[in-house]
Design a protein around this ligand. Structure first.
Ligand SMILES: [Zn+2]
Length: 200
């Protein structure tokens, strides 16, 4: 009896700690404001149910992972993203979630909807073709995605390459299944597998 009682108490404590650590990781989310007025469209009301993950680097000379140079590059192409995550895990916000950011381009979602920009939040990881995202970036991305999921009924968390195959290959060198496991996104995993099987 005593042993069972002790195990029960230990489990309750464990669950409490687990729950508490999840909550505190979300409240610790620090976001650096880098609001832009290009590559986006203001909206009063839009339904958000998709998150798209990308890679980005500055290919125009200078530090390839400099946030201001990346933003300058976005401005030249009239594109943007809601968030960019630096190599050290810093989260920069360029566009408010309620507004549309031009990050996905021509794209189609697994449920047949065309053009992901109107219903999605775009997140870019600073990364180049030959390197992988850092552990700090993946941790920030996980915390950010979990936080977004508490605010919107997210149906899909997808890679840019999932919605624009043949045109886009990012996010590069990312362990996607590990990331889906971290965000606890079983539905996305299942939906994606079903969709991939249907395409074959
Ligand atoms: Zn992309």
């Amino acid at each position: 009896m005593n042993l069972i009682h002790n195990i029960r108490i230990t489990m309750i404590c464990f669950l409490f700690v687990l729950n508490f650590s999840t909550v505190s990781s979300q409240t610790k989310l620090k976001i650096v404001d880098k609001t832009v007025n290009f590559g986006m469209r203001t909206t009063q009301l839009r339904n958000i149910d998709v998150i798209i993950i990308h890679s980005v680097y500055n290919a125009s000379g200078g530090d390839i992972y400099d946030i201001d140079l990346i933003i300058r590059q976005f401005s030249r192409y009239h594109v943007s993203s809601h968030y960019v995550i630096g190599r050290e895990g810093t989260i920069y916000q360029l566009v408010k979630e309620k507004n549309v950011s031009f990050h996905a381009g021509q794209s189609s979602l697994p449920d047949g909807r065309m053009g992901a920009n109107t219903c999605s939040i775009g997140i870019e990881l600073m990364d180049s073709v030959g390197t992988a995202p850092t552990e700090l970036q993946i941790r920030s991305l996980t915390a950010l995605v979990k936080d977004i999921k508490t605010r919107y009924p997210i149906k899909y968390v997808l890679r840019h390459s999932d919605i624009a195959p043949g045109r886009k290959t990012d996010p590069w060198n990312m362990d996607w299944n590990d990331f889906l496991w971290r965000i606890g996104d079983k539905n996305t995993l299942i939906n994606f597998k079903i969709d991939s099987l249907q395409k074959q």
